[in-house]
Design a protein around this ligand. Structure first.
Ligand code: AMP
Ligand code: MN
Ligand code: MN
Ligand code: MN
Length: 289
């Protein structure tokens, strides 16, 4: 695949997916299988954006080359801002960037202990051995996530789906939730920029922010060098697309889109299933190099 020959301006929108996960973070499929599935469902331009981890990019890139997909090296960084967890996607990052690698290693660092504390908290409500249970679903020992606990709680019959688990467990105020401080917004944007990438606010509808704080987040993100906002995402209801499209226009952000695919049975959007975005937006791929 020769990057120089890709005309990013002319990509057909429906085949662009700039947010998904492999089992290198909390997705279910191996990186190459993620790419194959995306290709089979009509995706022609794919970013793999594992949480706080770059280890899946080489395998995904090589599978994309053999299938003729445009591959975008990405990452989704966990950030704590105003006591809320915010996810920042980096697109077209250089996986060899020492700054990005060191920043992500630091961000991943607390996950193990957090997971042990989550298991202790679950044991208080009678759910035993959740740490060992979650580990069965972990593809990368550095990246144990609430999603892995969610899968184990489904396995033992606590709820029917991981979404149903998250309504009763693992979220603020519920059993199994352990507050955690992730990277700062400034650091996350800086690491992405140091790696030559574009920083994008992921699934903005998922953050519990007042209108004032939301405005402050956008302003601060922009001042730090952030350039994009996800508008069409599997993490939003289609009814939310126009709201965040307007935010993108108001703040001059490029609009991004992605399924946030985690696995075939994870209840999230499937590859190739996202609608076109609202009119009057500038797609983030117009900023690709
Ligand atoms: P962590 O990074 O360990 O805090 O885990 C966050 C991950 O848990 C997200 O990236 C999702 O994959 C998953 N998750 C969070 N909230 C929900 C939810 N309401 N339903 C399903 N999965 C969720
Ligand atoms: Mn996830
Ligand atoms: Mn996310
Ligand atoms: Mn994601």
């Amino acid at each position: 695949m020769s990057k120089a020959r890709i005309e990013w301006q002319h990509l057909e929108e429906l085949g662009v997916d700039l947010h998904c996960h492999s089992n290198v973070s909390d997705g279910v499929l191996a990186p190459a299988d993620v790419v194959s599935r995306a290709a089979a469902r009509g995706v022609h331009t794919l970013a793999l954006t594992d949480h706080d981890e770059l280890a899946g990019l080489a395998a995904a890139q090589s599978q994309a080359e053999s299938l003729g997909l445009n591959f975008i090296a990405g990452v989704e960084i966990s950030v704590t801002w105003a006591h809320e967890t915010i996810h920042i996607v980096g697109l077209q990052v250089d996986p060899d960037s020492p700054e990005l690698q060191a920043g992500l290693a630091h961000t991943r660092g607390g996950r193990q202990r957090r997971a042990e504390e989550m298991a202790l908290d679950l044991a208080r409500v009678g759910i035993d051995d959740a740490y060992a249970g979650a580990l069965k679903y972990v593809g990368n020992p550095d990246l144990i996530s609430r999603a892995h606990f969610g899968r184990y709680l489904v396995e033992i019959g606590i709820a029917e789906s991981t979404q149903a688990v998250f309504e009763r467990y693992l979220t603020p105020g519920k059993p199994g939730y352990i507050p955690h401080t992730w990277a700062s917004l400034r650091d996350a944007v800086q690491w992405i920029q140091a790696a030559g990438g574009l920083a994008v606010i992921a699934h903005p509808a998922r953050y519990r922010l007042s209108p004032t704080l939301r405005w402050a987040l956008y302003e601060e993100f922009k001042a730090l060098g952030g350039v994009g906002l996800e508008v069409v995402t599997g993490s939003h209801h289609p009814g939310e697309y126009p709201i965040y499209a307007q935010h993108a226009r108001d703040f001059g952000f490029f609009a991004s889109r992605g399924s946030d695919f985690h696995g075939p049975t994870e209840g999230c959007a499937e590859f190739g299933s996202l609608a076109a975005g609202p009119a009057g937006l500038t797609p983030i791929w117009h900023a690709f190099h």
